[in-house]
Design a protein around this ligand. Structure first.
Ligand code: GLV
Ligand code: MN
Ligand code: MN
Length: 412
């Protein structure tokens, strides 16, 4: 029987699969991705599942229900990471899903649906800029325009598929038909401070913020750091810096969230005025309207900065995902799982500002999520990400109870 300690040991084991010697970085279609798929597949088999890697590189395991071929409940999360990641974001959800299946099989539960565990290969978008590639393939919303996306070494998504042993022409095979699925449940660390502040281990997710990401470029004129007087400069970095501060202010005022996480000045000499700056923008809000209104304001401010400084601003959207709302009947199932485990009659409800595979799966089927407290203020996308064994233990009980609650209502 898989317990919380085993789950934490498994998260530790997967953390060793990293492309960097310090910190964890594991991107889509990399050798480390292949290694964690193999390991997760092995644990899935131990839990009684038949396993395979799908046409988009997601690792899958299946436990049949009372009779073979029944419609399927999907349980999942992702095994890829951001740069310098923690060891639980996504990974814990996959390990919990495998453990739930192990418990159901050990107890000889007769289920009115099959269960597929999905270990998605790309949620973060670290390698190709566009996020949720694994879950979008599963949802049947793959966009052929993505094939030419390139990673930082120039390898295209199409080339990476072939190098990984996948056939780009077959990516459609990864998709389910919506008639064949009965919903999607995901367990994930909160990645925020609210459970810790409330001294609670678990919450029900109500909805997920809509996100857009952009590649931004500010272009000016490079020149001599000594020779060019201020009144003749077109300093791309000074202009981009003004945009960065406006992004923060406009998002704050609108109740949205925005982050410039990457910025590079060219040509990058200490005694050269920056002629070009490339930077990123990640923009989220509870509603798509609020998010898009902030983006329009940012564009206006950038235009004003360019006029004043003699610069040019260009933007390209690299990722977009609409805000999604959890299905009420599956929220009830998660709530029932928490109540059965903790005795809390009215579990905490949280809106997720972090993105999740559920956003993509929402195009395929109804979804709901279980949030698990992560400590130190909910720090995440950071090596200090942490969860306690006790919280993992209640999460496992609650996730199992949620699946059983769904089986009971589904069969009725
Ligand atoms: C994924 O973790 C995201 O919220 O960007
Ligand atoms: Mn993440
Ligand atoms: Mn995640």
């Amino acid at each position: 029987m898989i317990d919380a300690k085993t789950i934490l040991n498994r998260c530790d084991a997967l953390a060793n699969q990293s492309s960097t010697r310090t910190g964890i970085e594991r991107v889509y279609l990399s050798p480390e991705h292949a290694a964690v798929n193999l390991q997760a597949g092995h644990w899935m088999q131990e839990a009684g599942m038949t396993t395979w890697m799908d046409a988009a590189g997601n690792q899958r395991g299946r436990l049949e229900g009372a009779t073979p071929g029944l419609p399927t409940l999907l349980l999942g999360s992702h095994l890829d990471t951001v740069p310098n990641a923690g060891r639980f974001d996504g990974i814990l959800g996959v390990m919990l899903a495998i453990a739930v299946v192990d418990r159901l099989r050990e107890s000889d539960a007769t289920l009115p649906f099959a269960i597929d565990v999905l270990a998605f290969g790309d949620e973060e978008g670290t390698r190709f800029g566009t996020a949720l590639l694994g879950s979008r393939a599963v949802a049947g919303t793959w966009d052929d325009q993505w094939w030419t996306l390139a990673d930082k070494s120039g390898t295209t998504l199409r080339e990476a598929f072939v190098e990984f042993g996948l056939d780009p022409a077959k990516v459609g095979d990864a998709a389910y038909r919506s008639d064949d699925v009965v919903g999607y449940l995901e367990a994930h660390i909160e990645q925020g401070p609210y459970l810790e502040e409330a001294d609670l281990p678990l919450a029900v997710v109500s909805s997920i913020a809509g996100a857009r990401r952009f590649a931004l470029t500010m272009t000016g004129e490079a020149g001599h750091a000594g020779g060019v007087p201020f009144h003749r400069r077109h300093d791309a970095l000074a202009g981009a810096s003004e945009v960065v501060l406006a992004v923060e202010q406009l998002a704050r005022e609108a109740g949205a969230i925005a982050t410039v996480g990457r910025l590079q000045a060219f040509p990058g000499g200490v005694n050269v005025i920056p002629g070009r700056v490339e930077f990123s923008l990640d923009l989220r809000a509870e509603t798509d309207d609020v998010r898009d209104a902030v983006w329009a304001q940012i564009q206006d401010v950038a235009a004003e900065i360019c006029t004043r400084r003699g610069l040019a601003f260009a933007d390209e959207q690299t990722h977009g995902a609409p805000a999604v709302v959890a299905a009420p009947h599956l929220r009830d199932v998660i709530r029932a799982g928490i109540t059965a485990t903790t005795g809390e009659p009215d579990p905490m409800v949280l809106f997720s500002k972090a993105g999740h595979d559920a956003m993509a799966v929402a195009d395929l089927t109804d979804w709901a999520m279980l949030f698990i407290r992560n400590g130190r203020g909910g720090i995440s996308h950071h090596p200090d990400e942490t969860v306690t064994e006790a919280d993992v233990a209640v999460a496992l009980d609650a996730f199992e109870a949620a699946v059983r609650a769904y089986a009971a209502t589904y069969a009725a």
